[in-house]
Design a protein around this ligand. Sequence first.
Ligand code: NAD
Length: 483
Amino acid sequence: MLADLPDLPTGLLIDGEWTTAADGRTVAVIDPATGEELTSIADAAPADAVAALGAASAAAPAWAATPPRQRAEILRQAFDEVTRRKDEFARLMTLEMGKPLAEAYGEVTYGSEFLRWFSEEAVRIGGRYGLNPEGTGQMVVSQRPVGPAYLITPWNFPLAMATRKIAPALAAGCPVIIKPAANTPLTTLLFAQLLVEVGVPAGVVNVIASTRPAEITEPLLADPRLRKLSFTGSTAVGVRLLEQAARNVLRTSMELGGNAPFLIFDDADLDAAVDGAMTAKFRNIGQACTAANRFIVHAQVVDEFVARVTARVKAMKVGSGLEDGVNIGPLIDAKAVDSTDTLVTDAVDLGASVTVGGRRIERPGYFYAPTVLRDVQPGSRLLAEEIFGPVLGVITFETEDEAVAMANDTEYGLVSYAYTRDLGRAHRLIDSLETGMMGLNTGLVSNAAAPFGGVKASGLGREGAAEGIAEYLETKYTLIPTA
Ligand code: NAD
C-alpha cells in the first residue's frame, strides 16, 4: 500500500539525521480500514528524546538569530511543497488514520494554511516603545523566542496538528522536538522530510515517534534546557503533563478534550442546521475535539430534525476511506469501537432510542455504524464524556435558559454551535456559552487565521492567528534612563 511512497522515512529525526531507536525497538503502523500492517517505524527510547533535546538546544541560538524573512521563506516553501504534494499527504493520512480521502484533502488545505499564515507572521513580530510616566526613561518591550519546544500531537489530524504547532514555533525562532501519536506517525515523518528538503537546518526539527510516551516525556520535562511544552490530546494526559511541567515552571499550551453542545432553536433555518449537524458530527468519523457531542434541540423541531438526520445517515456510505463516495471510514482502533459501543449501550439502557445504526460493523478493520439516538436521558455517559465516534445523540429543551444551562453543564469548554435566526438571542449566546470558540449557524469553525482553543478543562492558550505565535515568544521589558 505504501509502494507509491518508496522514500517515506521510518526512523527518528535527530540533529538532521534519520536514525534507529537507541535500543533498536520498532513499532508497526496499522491501517485501521484493514487491521493490517502498513510498515514499521523506529520506536524512540528515553535516550533518543534526550538526544533530540540536545540537538534542539544546540540549534537554538542560530535559529533564533536567523533573519525572520529567511524563516518565513522556509515556511512559505514548505506550504508550496505540501500543496504540490497534496496527493501524497492526503493518501498517507487516509491510510494511517482512516478518514475519507476527500476529508484528507481538506486537512491538507487546512493544515498547510498554518505554514502560509505563520510565514506571514514571522516578519511581523513586533514590540513597543514608550516613555515612562515620570518622563525619565525609555521603555522598550521586545519579544524573544522562548527556546526549545516539545510538541505532542494526537492521531486524529496527523498533518494539521503538526503544522499548527511547528509553523508558529519555527516562525518565532524556536527549534522543536515533535512526538506524533504512535498510531499515525507517518504523515509527520513525511512532513519532517519535506522540511529538511526546503532548508530547515539540522537540529531545528526533531521527530521522536514512540509507544512509550510517558517514559520519553518525563526526562524532557525535567530538563531545564526545554523551555516550552505544547500538547494536544486528552484532558487526562494534559493534567499529568501540567503537573510535571510545573516543576520547571515550563511555558505550556494545552489543547485538550471537548464536549461540544449543538443547539437548535425553534427559529433556526432547519436545512442549514441539518447540514451543519452532519459536518459537526460526522467529519473525521466523529473523532474530532470539535465534534458536536450533544445535540440540544427545541421540542418543537426535534421530530423534524431527527427524521432528517436519520435519513441523511441512512444514505451514508461506510468503508475504506480510499473507496469512492465513502463518508464514514474506520475508527482508529479496536478500543475506539469498544468505547463507542459502550456509550451507545449505556444510553439505550437508560432509555434512548436508536433511529439508525447503534452497532458495530463486522468486517476487517475497526468500523462502527453511524448512529442517531433520540431521547438521551440525563445521567447517560454519552452526555458527559467525549464520544469520539459517529454517534449523534439528541436531547430536547423548551426555553433558552434551559438550553444554555444544558450546554454549559460540562467540565469542557472548547467549542459550541448554535442555530438561531434571532439576532438578540445570537448575541446573548455569544456571552452565555462557556466555550473558547463558537459556530453561530455553522458547523465548522477551524481556520489558521483564528485563535483555536478552549476554556475550563479544554485547555490553556490558543493556536493559529496572532495568538498562536505569541505562545512561542517571551516578552522582555528594558528600561533606559534618559535623565
Ligand atoms: P491522548 O491524550 O491519549 O494522546 C495524545 C498524545 O499524547 C499522543 O501523542 C500520545 O502518545 C501522547 N501521550 C499519551 N500519554 C502520554 C504521557 N503520559 N506523557 C506524554 N505524552 C503522552 O489523546 P488521543 O487519543 O491521541 O487524542 C484524542 C484526544 O485529543 C481527545 O481528547 C481530543 O479531544 C483531543 N484533541 C484535542 C484537540 C484540541 O485542539 N483541543 C485537537 C485534537 C484532539
